[in-house]
Write a protein that binds this ligand. Structure first.
Ligand code: ADP
Ligand code: MG
Length: 706
C-alpha cells in the first residue's frame, strides 16, 4: 500500500486563504478586507496593520523568516526581494519579529534595473509595489527557507504601470463595468460585478539534467540552436496521451502536491504530441489569480524537475522539427450571481443575451485581431505562429457547425428558425436552444475557438505570461460591450429594446462574419482566403509590436484607463529590446558552440579520418570510402567556417544600430538568417561525424531517453 495522500488537507496549506483570514481576523476587519477585495477601494492603515500581524503570525507559525512583495515586471517572469521580519532588538537584546500594515500595502524595492521602456528617468528610478488584495498571499519554500509572498502590482512614482498585473487588473474592472451594463439590459439587477475566468493549459518538455548541462544552447537560450533530427520523431503519435513513464510520473506527482499546497487546482496531466512533451491544466479561476498561478506553475515545474534530475523546458520551440509548446488560454465571463455569459442558456431571454455577447466578441476580435495577435507574441512563439506550426498567425474564430449555422441564418434572414442536427429552437425571434456542447469543438487548428461555454485562445506561447492576452481580451470585449450598451440603453427607455437588440445582433454578425472560419487553419488555402477577407497576417513578434500604438489601440486602452499612450510606447520599446537581446544571446551562443565545440570536434574527426586513410593505404588496402568521407566532412567544415564568419560580422554590425526598432528588425531579418545559415551545415555534419566525437547530446538522446 502506498502512503495515503490527503489532498483535502494539503490543499492551500501554504496559502493565506479567505478562510484563514476569517478565522484569524476580528470580524469588522475581515469584513473590510472582503469588501475591498470584492469591490475595490483602499484599506485603512489601521486595518492593514491588523491584517499584516495576522499574516505574519500565520507565516511564522509555518516557518517563514522573510516576506517579499512578489511582482511581475515586463521581463515576463516574477521578481522578489526578500526582507526578514527582524527588527531592532529590544533593550534586553531580544528579537521581536515585525511586519506592519505599511509594509504589507506598499513596498519600494530599488528595482531600477527592470525594463521600463523609458518610463522612469534615473532620478525617479524607484518602482513601487502595491498589494493586490484580490490575489492571496502564499508561502514559498526552498533552500532560502520559507518566504511569505505577497502578490503586488509594480508602478512608477507617478503611478505608471511597470508590470503585467496592473493593466490586467484595470482591464478586469473595465470589463466588469461594461458587462454589467449588458446583463442589466436583460433584466439582471442582482449581479454586482462580472468576472473574467481563465483556465490555462500549460505545455512543457522534460529532458535529463545531465544531458541538458552538456548543451550550451539549452542553458543559455532555453532551446536547441543546433541539432539534426532523430531517426524517429512524433510521426507514430505514440506519445500523445500515452502511458506516463515512471520518472515522469513521479515528477508529476510531486508537482501536483506542490501546486495543491499553493492553492493551484492542478487537474489534468498527460503526455503531449512530441516525445518528452507533457501538459498540465488547472481548473479555471478569476483571471488575475489564474495569471499568478500560471507563474507559479511554470516556476514549480522548473523546481520539481530539478529535484528529479531533469530540466523543464518552457521555451515555445525547444527542438526543430517536433511540435512546440503553447498555452491554451480558456476564457469566459461570469456574473457574481452565477451566470456564465458565454453559456447559451435555456430561455429565449438568455439566448438573446448570449447572441449579443457572441456578436460583441466577434466584433471585438475582428476589430482588434492585430492586438490580439500581438498579445500572444513573444520571441519563442515566432517559431510557432506563422512558421508552419499550429496555430496560424492569422486570427480567426471557430464557432462550430451548429452555431455557425445559427449565425448564418441570422445574417441572412434576421432569424434563427432552426438548428441543424435536429434540435428545436425555443419560442421567439432569434433565440437559441441548448447547444450541444460536444458539437462545438472539433477543430483544433483554430486560434480562437468557441468550446461550449468559453473561448479558447490557443496562440499564447508556453513560456509567456498570460497577463497580456487576458488584458487585451478584456479590453477589446469591454469596448464592444460599451458600444452596444451605448446604443441599446436609450432603446430600453423607449421600449424598443427587443427590436433594437435584434437589429444590432444582425448588424454586428453581418459586419464581422469574415472573422469566422471553421476550416483547416493550417492550410495554404486559408492564408489566401484570409488575405481576400482582409484579415491581418502578422508573421512575427517584431511586426506585431507597432499594433500597440496605432490610433485605434491608444483610443481603446486610454478610453478604459488600461494603458496610457506613454505606457503603450514604453511597452513597445521594451518588446523591441527584449527581442534583440534574446536573439543576440542565441547568436552569441551559436558562435560560441561552433567555435569552441563543433569546429574542434570536426577537426579532430578529420584528423582521425586522415590518419586512417594513410594507415589503410600503407597496409595496401582500398581507402576510397574513408577518403570520400574525409572530403565530404572537410567540405562541410569549410561551409561552417564561412557561415560562422558571416554571423560574426552581422552581430558586430548590429552593435552599431541605435534605434531599438531598427535593431529588432535587423535581428529578425539579418541575424536570424545568418543563424540558420550556420545551423544547416552543422546539422549536416552531425549526420556524418562519429557520435563518439560529436560534442553534445543529440536530439535522440534528449527527447527519447528522459
Ligand atoms: P481541452 O481543451 O483539452 O479539451 P478542457 O475542456 O478540460 O480541456 O478545458 C481546458 C481548460 O478550460 C481547463 O483549465 C478548464 O478548467 C478550463 N475551463 C473550463 N470551463 C471554463 C470556463 N467556463 N471558463 C474558463 N475556463 C474554463
Ligand atoms: Mg484545450
Amino acid at each position: 500500500m502506498s502512503e495515503v495522500l490527503n489532498v483535502e488537507e494539503i490543499f492551500a496549506s501554504k496559502v493565506f486563504t479567505l478562510g484563514k483570514m476569517r478565522e484569524r481576523l476580528p470580524k469588522n476587519v475581515y469584513k473590510e478586507v472582503k469588501r475591498v477585495m470584492d469591490y475595490g477601494g483602499e484599506l485603512s492603515l489601521a486595518t492593514a496593520d491588523v491584517v499584516a500581524k495576522a499574516m505574519k503570525d500565520w507565516a511564522i507559525e509555518n516557518g517563514a523568516t522573510h516576506y517579499t512583495h512578489w511582482f511581475q515586471p515586463l521581463t515576463g517572469i516574477t521578481a522578489e526581494k526578500h526582507d526578514a521580519f527582524v527588527s531592532h532588538p529590544d533593550e534586553d537584546g531580544k528579537m521581536i519579529m515585525e511586519f506592519s500594515g505599511k509594509e504589507l500595502i506598499k513596498g519600494e524595492p530599488d528595482a531600477s534595473s527592470f525594463p521600463s521602456g523609458g518610463l522612469r528617468a534615473t532620478f525617479e528610478a524607484r518602482g513601487y509595489t502595491a498589494w493586490d488584495i484580490t490575489s492571496p498571499a502564499f508561502l514559498k519554500e526552498d533552500a532560502t527557507g520559507v518566504i511569505l509572498c505577497i502578490p503586488t502590482a509594480f508602478c512608477s512614482y507617478k503611478g505608471e504601470a511597470l508590470d503585467k498585473k496592473t493593466p490586467l487588473l484595470r482591464s478586469m474592472e473595465a470589463l466588469s463595468q461594461q458587462a454589467l451594463r449588458i446583463v442589466r439590459l436583460f433584466g439582471n439587477e442582482q449581479a454586482t460585478k462580472v468576472v473574467a475566468s481563465v483556465g490555462s493549459e500549460q505545455e512543457y518538455f522534460l529532458v535529463d539534467r545531465e544531458k541538458y548541462l552538456k548543451r550550451e544552447d539549452l542553458i543559455f537560450a532555453g532551446r536547441t540552436l543546433f541539432g539534426a533530427p532523430a531517426p524517429k520523431g512524433q510521426e507514430l503519435e505514440d506519445h500523445y496521451f500515452g502511458t506516463i513513464r515512471e520518472r515522469i510520473g513521479s515528477f508529476m506527482k510531486d508537482l501536483n502536491i506542490e501546486l495543491w499546497k499553493l492553492g493551484v487546482t492542478a487537474k489534468t496531466q498527460h503526455n503531449e504530441v512530441a516525445p518528452a512533451q507533457h501538459e498540465l491544466a488547472p481548473i479555471y479561476e478569476t483571471a488575475n489569480i489564474a495569471v499568478d498561478h500560471n507563474q507559479l506553475v511554470m516556476e514549480t515545474m522548473k523546481k520539481i524537475a530539478c529535484r528529479h534530475g531533469m530540466h523543464c523546458l518552457l521555451n515555445e520551440k525547444p527542438f526543430a522539427g517536433v511540435n512546440g509548446s503553447g498555452k491554451h488560454n480558456n476564457w469566459s465571463l461570469g456574473t457574481d450571481d452565477g451566470v456564465n455569459m458565454l453559456d447559451p442558456g435555456d430561455t429565449p431571454n438568455e439566448n438573446i443575451q448570449f447572441l449579443l455577447v457572441l456578436a460583441c466578441i466577434l466584433k471585438a476580435v475582428d476589430t482588434h485581431a492585430d492586438l490580439l495577435r500581438q498579445s500572444a507574441s513573444d520571441v519563442g512563439n515566432d517559431h510557432r505562429l506563422g512558421a508552419n506550426e499550429a496555430p496560424p498567425a492569422i486570427i480567426s474564430v471557430f464557432l462550430g457547425e451548429q452555431l455557425e449555422d445559427v449565425v448564418k441564418q441570422l445574417v441572412e434572414t434576421g432569424e434563427a428558425a432552426h438548428l441543424i442536427e435536429g434540435g428545436k429552437l425555443a419560442t421567439g425571434v432569434s433565440t437559441l436552444p441548448d447547444l450541444d456542447k460536444d458539437a462545438t469543438d472539433r477543430n483544433r487548428t483554430s486560434p480562437f475557438a468557441f468550446t461550449g461555454n468559453k473561448f479558447e485562445f490557443r496562440m499564447v506561447g508556453s513560456s509567456d505570461s498570460i497577463a497580456s492576452p487576458n488584458t487585451t481580451l478584456n479590453a477589446i470585449v469591454a469596448e464592444a460591450f460599451c458600444e452596444a450598451a451605448d446604443l441599446l440603453e436609450p432603446e430600453k427607455e423607449t421600449g424598443n429594446f427587443d427590436l433594437a437588440v435584434h437589429d444590432l445582433i444582425k448588424e454586428y454578425l453581418t459586419k464581422h462574419q469574415r472573422i469566422i472560419f471553421n476550416g483547416n487553419g493550417y492550410s495554404e488555402e486559408w492564408v489566401e482566403e484570409a488575405a481576400r477577407r482582409g484579415l491581418p497576417n502578422i508573421k512575427s513578434m517584431v511586426d506585431a509590436v507597432e499594433t500597440l500604438t496605432t490610433e485605434k489601440s491608444i483610443r481603446l486602452f486610454e478610453k478604459f484607463g488600461i494603458f496610457t499612450k506613454a505606457e503603450l510606447e514604453s511597452r513597445e520599446e521594451v518588446l523591441y529590446e527584449t527581442y534583440s537581446k534574446t536573439i543576440n544571446i542565441e547568436a552569441l551562443t551559436m558562435i560560441d558552440m561552433a567555435r569552441k565545440q563543433i569546429l574542434p570536434a570536426v577537426i579532430k574527426y578529420t584528423k582521425s579520418l586522415a590518419d586512417t586513410v594513410i594507415a589503410v593505404k600503407e597496409a595496401g588496402a582500398d581507402a576510397s570510402v574513408q577518403e570520400q568521407l574525409l572530403k565530404e566532412v572537410s567540405a562541410k567544415l569549410a561551409e561552417v567556417k564561412v557561415a560562422l564568419m558571416v554571423l560574426e560580422e552581422k552581430v558586430k554590425k548590429a552593435s552599431g544600430i541605435e534605434s531599438q526598432k531598427e535593431l529588432a528588425f535587423f535581428f529578425k531579418d539579418e541575424i536570424r538568417e545568418a543563424m540558420s545559415g550556420l545551423r544547416t551545415p552543422v546539422d549536416e555534419l552531425e549526420m556524418l561525424v562519429d557520435k563518439e566525437i560529436w560534442p553534445m547530446p543529440t536530439y535522440g538522446d534528449l527527447i527519447f531517453e528522459v
